[in-house]
Design a protein around this ligand. Structure first.
Ligand code: URA
Ligand code: SF4
Length: 212
């Protein structure tokens, strides 16, 4: 079977001819390019102003994001907000989005547990991310976690080895990957969590050097 490419995604047909962030968001609300629209409450599009300096790309919306329709508003988003503040980066100068825009989950008792998106879903959703990058034109793109990093920088990319490094890419003048804020929340004990948070903030501080 020929490999499914992002140019084959039905999402391409929904992208308006001269897209703006608001027209893209409206169009993405009707996306059915993969099966995840059936699971999620709504499309969670990226958020932030256009022409900001830094774009953060996560994996996919979580429970709170799915319910509110906004990216990074749950526990991981709160950690990101605090870390940005610690790193001296103005949240108003950032755009946050995800490689996949619907919440993928499975039931665990009464809770909805996050399930990793597969490569088909990531590929199907790719046109939205590319359109966001084209409109926002960030100076720096920061991939949060392995899913975003491998989707943006290639399957060989290892966050554990290359976190915090600027990687040459055609996507933006500067591209970096670091851990996902959820991984910090999942640290086995307080000491590890504090250390991981420190390393995350250190990675974010590197952004200040390239955004004037
Ligand atoms: N995790 C993500 O990757 N993205 C969100 O928007 C929220 C949690
Ligand atoms: Fe469309 Fe992405 Fe939602 Fe799939 S996850 S239906 S490609 S918006």
């Amino acid at each position: 079977m020929p490999k499914f490419k992002s140019s084959d995604s039905a999402a391409n047909d929904l992208i308006p001819p001269r897209p703006t962030l608001s027209s893209l968001k409206r169009a993405a609300a009707d996306c059915r390019a993969c099966d995840l629209w059936k699971k999620g409450t709504q499309t969670v599009f990226g958020e932030g102003a256009r022409r900001v300096k830094v774009m953060f790309v996560g994996e996919q919306p979580g429970n709170e994001e799915d319910l509110t329709g906004k990216p990074f508003v749950g526990p991981a988003g709160r950690l990101l907000d605090n870390a940005l503040e610690e790193a001296g980066i103005d949240r108003q100068q950032t755009y946050v989005t995800n490689v996949v825009k619907h919440f993928k989950w499975e039931p665990r008792g009464k809770r909805r547990i996050h399930k990793k998106p597969n490569s088909l879903e990531i590929t199907a959703c790719r046109p939205w991310l590319e359109a966001e990058i084209a409109v926002v034109k960030p100076d720096v793109i920061v991939a949060l976690g392995a899913t975003a990093a491998q989707s943006l920088l290639g399957p060989q990319f290892r966050v554990t080895k290359q976190r915090g490094e600027f990687i040459p890419s055609t996507l933006a003048p500067y591209v970096m990957a670091t851990v996902h804020p959820s991984s910090i929340l999942r640290a086995p004990d307080d000491e590890t969590r504090r250390l991981e948070l420190r390393l995350f903030i250190d990675d974010l501080k590197k952004l200040s050097k390239v955004i004037k």
